[in-house]
Design a protein around this ligand. Sequence first.
Ligand SMILES: [Zn+2]
Length: 457
Amino acid sequence: MYYCGPTVYNYIHIGNARTTLWFDFIRRYLTYRGYDVTYVMNYTDVDDKIIERANLEKIPPDAVSKKYTAAFERDMAGLGARPADILPRATDHIPDMIDTIASLIEKGFAYEADGNVWFAVESFEGYGKLSGRTLEDMRAGERIEPHAGKRHPLDFSLWKAAKEGEPSWESPWGPGRPGWHIECSVMSTKYLDMGFDIHGGATDLIFPHHENEIAQAEAFAGQEPFVRHWLHAGLVQMEDEKMSKSLGNFVLAKDILERQSGESVRYWALAGSYRAQPSFSEESLRDAEQAYERWKTFYDAAAHLLGQEMPEVESEPRRPMTEPIASEGPESFVARLVDALDDDFNSAGAFAAVHEIVKEGNRLLEAAQRNEDAARKDLIEHVRVFLEMTNVLGFSFAAEAADSELVAGLVEYLIDLREQARKEKAFDRADAIRARLLELGIALEDTPAGTRWRLGG
Ligand SMILES: [Zn+2]
């Protein structure tokens, strides 16, 4: 799986974050269903926008790309996304790109003019097959920059001749830097080979970026397909327009994360189909937060009641396609989740299945609070399934409790009280503190260096 990652020249807006979250989720879900997924996401770290930004911030271009790569990683971690398996940077692959461009010239798909190299769209028969448009449609529909030396207005840049003060690399056509499109063709096939399974991005990349990726890769390899399945995520709308930096109507992910929990933003981003074009509003974020709180409240109440009996979930549960899932009992909620997600990643159905199990779980919780033993057992099973389902959607409740500073502070305080009791030879009180903590799932261990604690008994 390959996903067109960010051009690292600025903080990402919530639309970029949503698309990135979605492809991380698709990768997670396919892994859950038993596929062995290799996930590649590139960083575009050489680009006009990065050079502009460098001039603006008065720092070198590579400092710009380092700064915003780190910011991207921070934002995505805050939203619960895992890094891709392979994260190639364009500037680490310049020789590979030069080799591909040289070969495209040799095969008659590209030409050089004044230190620039252009891809000749008329030389590639399948040009337009992804977007379903002819050269004439595209020419009429796009604003095309005229450039001396181009043979056809739609010919696109493979190599840009160096300009004064810009980063550049030596090449057979003189110093310069690669165009944006060539990096994705070269890096995706380098790590995944021709004919890889899934290529992702947002719908605004279909033309020209993905159309150009196909032309370059298939012309170079002399075979098709470049990619077996294209998946395009819809664009987040802001007041009925697409959210974009160029339109100036964007909200940065980092600003939202300062006032909302990562979980509630993740809920907002994933609860509707990847193809949808959700409208962004503070109200829609608040709705997501409230819905997520229902899950969290259930988890907290169950953890409080069950204490040490609280089930744990594997960090990466698996439900391979080949293994049937029971259609009765708590497992039936898993069956509903996978039925939904197996259908073009219908996340709305999956989120509904989680709300259903929470509803049933709350009913069992009340019964268990009345000391009904059967309900308690049933509740434990439902919590286990709930944790598996939410884990697949990228929510991890257990880890949150373990990370909580508040929990750590309270446990340290109780350890101090116990220590004091022991010094006063009030061993009954000291033992009672230890026993009570153990009931809550916190184990104490006395070492020569002092008392240590850990979660999970
Ligand atoms: Zn790309």
